[in-house]
Design a protein around this ligand. Structure first.
Ligand SMILES: [Zn+2]
Length: 123
């Protein structure tokens, strides 16, 4: 299939992976047990009560950001795996090739527009 297009998506995805990892490393510790798993760092501003409250609030923010980033990273990794297997752009549901337009808009798309609308709501 569209080789050049896939090559450019691959580059985009690798850059995206790099960005996500950088962001993750700024808020979280890399887990030593699980690959590509991160654990949000608990911030330490000080011992005063308002400082503690800030710490908790920021930690909660970090946790949800960390979750989002981890999910994004998993999607990027899955897309890169598909490129390696020459399966990039193939709908995981109906097995048809997705349109370039779909992949431009969402390089990590798992399903074609039709299947997405039919079965998968937000994916
Ligand atoms: Zn489909």
């Amino acid at each position: 299939m569209f080789k050049k297009f896939v090559a450019s998506k691959k580059k985009d995805l690798q850059e995206r992976r790099h960005e996500i990892k950088k962001q993750l490393e700024s808020i979280a510790e890399k887990s030593t047990r699980v690959k590509n798993d991160y654990e949000a760092r608990f911030p330490e501003y000080g011992r005063a009560e308002d400082e503690n409250a800030d710490e908790v609030a920021n930690f909660v923010d970090s946790l949800s950001l960390e979750n989002n980033l981890e999910n994004a990273l998993a999607e990027v990794e899955a897309a890169l795996k598909k490129i390696a297997k020459n399966e990039y752009g193939i709908c995981e549901d109906c097995g048809k090739e997705m349109s370039k337009k779909r992949l431009e808009a969402l390089p990590t798309a798992q399903y074609c527009i039709d299947c997405k609308d039919k079965n998968h709501g937000s994916v």
